[in-house]
Write a protein of this length. Structure first.
Length: 128
């Protein structure tokens, strides 16, 4: 197995710096945003900066026992863990919201899992 060279290690360090340092320097939290979408619809997640008093959220919209909708974004802490009904295209759904308080924590995978995957991938590529 080949050892990474200094340039590769510098690129890896820069990536970690880019991903971890900005959220630590600000009071604002970075989260993913997506509008309310039907499950299975593809939407490129957008990074959004939440106000200091808001957390990241993931929403799940259910029609009976079927998970049919999803959404992501920022939400006031007092509104987390809500459940309420919405009507979309004439159909009533029950939307439930769950919040998290770390940067990008409302992705499909957890933040640490994403960073671990990125790191392992980069290290694997660098050693080939």
């Amino acid at each position: 197995m080949r050892r990474p060279n200094m340039s590769q290690l510098l690129h890896l360090s820069a990536l970690w710096f880019y991903l971890l340092v900005p959220p630590l320097l600000c009071d604002n939290r970075f989260c993913y945003y997506s509008p309310i979408l039907e499950k299975g619809k593809m939407f490129k997640l957008i990074v959004t900066e939440c106000p200091p008093d808001e957390l990241c959220f993931k929403a799940d919209g259910r029609y009976g026992n079927h998970s049919a909708l999803s959404a992501r974004g920022c939400m006031a802490k007092k509104d987390c863990s809500q459940v309420h009904s919405i009507t979309l295209k004439g159909t009533a759904y029950t939307m439930s919201y769950s919040c998290c308080d770390s940067p990008y924590c409302n992705s499909c995978l957890g933040l640490s899992a994403n960073l671990l995957f990125i790191t392992v991938t980069l290290m694997t590529v660098m050693t080939w």
